[in-house]
Design a protein around this ligand. Structure first.
Ligand SMILES: Cc1ncc(COP(=O)(O)O)c(C=O)c1O
Length: 442
């Protein structure tokens, strides 16, 4: 047992290896063999296999030069405290079991509610990830519409969003048996109230609108203020998906982009993306938590004694048992203070702006849009899709930079997501110089 704890203690301070990468199950089977045996293989062997074979077959998400997808950059305090949360093993579903831990989680949720400009009775819960948070919020929205309208509309319920909304929104809609109505974006990629108005007027099935508080592909923040205004006029719920970008609410240079979020109905942000917490962690908040409790509270003979007057996280999402997964963030925030978070997020925003400017000034590269948050999307005119892939793979294999191709406006592009304050923009710019060659440089 102490072997695992010692390993965790040393790992929390060691840099990860950017060259680690996935391997096939067949290759892993050949190296690992069968580990689930009648007598057990022993802690030393199991840990040895984990360290030597299994962990190297995973990607280093927190390397400062990993700028692919949405990487992660948990503070050492948050990582260390995640092991504490496991050791404490608190049941975080209901207040009467987890009061102390839930109290601390709620202080973090209150910090987020203040950033949103939400009232005192706003409340929330930490769930596993943005997908779970979006699903729980949209289930609340649909159920709330049924309660307030009194009947299911002919043709079933629908939600409206831009085509740039995260794939988890379409997934939630499928699970909730809702249609997705796509609203065209403006010239700069934003969902706007102006485009939403005729869509809502034409389709009374729409009971929820999803605005992105930072699209995953390009970091675009929808025009939340006008979306909220139009949606509420039509009696539709507004959910803001800030899984990636919501952290920027804490950054004065970006907060204005979220204007109007004060009146949104629900919101998520993933601390495992840009709030420096380890996996897995999504903060789901409701401006008014009562519709969520009406949707998600579970009832059974053995649950009836639960005090529903207290803050019971289980009532606010689709779950019952839960780990108090907000605590690593709580510990790190309590340790470092919110000013350090603001500074770290601003640093990522500044890195994105610096790299974007350098791309703009590089003759053979094309910046595809000014970064609204911390995602930079650009192109290398003249390269074939195969050249993009070769360049990206070569840098990944060397462990120099993880920058994967994406699509933007229907064409291949490159994308850098800055969520790690340790990333040096100068080093990234230096690596981008390897795009000068007419081919991919390999
Ligand atoms: C905007 C957005 N929403 C939702 C999600 C889904 O979050 P998760 O992967 O935590 O389920 C992501 C993931 O990248 C995202 O970027």
């Amino acid at each position: 047992m102490s072997l695992a704890l010692q390993w965790a203690a040393s790992r929390a301070t060691v840099a990860t290896d950017p060259k680690t990468t996935a391997r096939s199950a067949a290759a892993l089977r050949a190296d690992v063999g069968e580990t689930i045996t009648e007598d057990g293989i022993g802690a030393a062997r199991a840990l040895e296999l984990f360290e030597d074979v299994l962990l190297p077959a995973t990607r280093s998400v927190e390397d400062p030069m990993n700028l692919a997808h949405i990487p992660a950059a948990p503070t050492r305090a948050a990582v260390a405290f995640d092991t504490v949360v496991s050791a404490a093993n608190v049941f975080g579903g209901v207040w009467e079991c987890g009061a102390g831990a839930i109290f601390a989680e709620n202080q973090v949720l209150r910090w987020l509610a203040d950033l949103l400009g939400w009232p005192e009775d706003a409340a929330g819960v930490f769930v596993a990830g943005g997908t779970h948070g979006n699903l729980s919020a949209l289930a609340t929205a649909r159920d709330h519409a049924l309660r307030t309208r009194g009947h299911r509309p002919e043709g079933g319920w629908a939600l409206a969003c831009a085509s740039t909304a995260h794939s988890s929104i379409a997934s939630a809609a499928r699970l909730l048996d809702m249609d997705v109505v796509t609203v065209p974006v403006d010239d700069h990629g934003h969902l706007t109230g102006a485009a939403l108005a005729p869509v809502l007027a034409a389709d009374p099935r729409i009971c929820a609108v999803v605005a992105s508080g930072g699209t995953t592909n390009a970091g675009i923040v929808d025009e939340i203020g006008s979306v909220v205004e139009v949606a509420h006029r039509h009696g539709a719920w507004v959910h803001v998906d800030g899984a990636y970008g919501g952290a920027a609410l804490a950054a004065p240079t970006a907060r204005e982009r979220f204007a109007g979020i004060e009146e949104a109905d629900s919101f998520i942000v993933d601390p495992h993306k840009w709030l420096f917490a380890p996996y897995d962690c999504c903060a789901l908040l409701y401006r008014d938590p009562r519709p969520a409790a009406a949707t998600h509270s579970q009832h059974a003979a053995y649950l009836d004694s639960i005090d529903r007057g207290e803050s019971n996280p289980t009532d606010l999402a689709a779950h019952l048992s839960r780990r108090t997964r907000g605590l690593p963030l709580w510990y790190s925030l309590a340790t470092h203070g919110t000013a350090a978070y603001t500074a770290a997020i601003e640093r990522c925003l500044a890195s994105a702006r610096t790299v974007a400017r350098a791309i703009e000034e590089t003759e053979h590269l094309e910046l595809l849009l000014q970064p609204e948050l911390s995602v930079v999307v650009f192109r290398r005119p003249g390269w074939s899709p195969a050249a993009y892939r070769r360049w990206s793979q070569r840098l990944a294999q060397e462990g120099t930079l993880l920058c994967l191709p994406t699509a933007f406006a229907g064409e291949i592009a490159l994308r850098l997501a800055f969520v790690n304050p340790a990333t040096s923009p100068g080093t990234v710019i230096e690596v981008l110089r390897s795009t000068t060659t007419a081919d991919d440089g390999s």
